[in-house]
Design a protein. Structure first.
Length: 57
């Protein structure tokens, strides 16, 4: 099984890429629109995970 934790370069790069993408989209389309889109995406993702797992996760 793959080990996750500090020191894994392929995992650490996410800490740079994701905030960079968020900042880029905030610059392009505005802070409110980007945050609203992220919140909607988070809620939809949570609902899908809940539906797929039957409410237990």
């Amino acid at each position: 099984a793959p080990a996750f934790g500090p020191g894994r370069p392929e995992i650490e790069v996410i800490g740079y890429v994701i905030p960079g993408l968020i900042a880029y989209w905030m610059h392009r389309q505005g802070v409110i629109e980007t945050i609203a889109t992220m919140l909607v995406a988070a809620v939809v993702t949570r609902l899908v995970i809940t539906a797929v797992s039957g409410g237990a996760f």
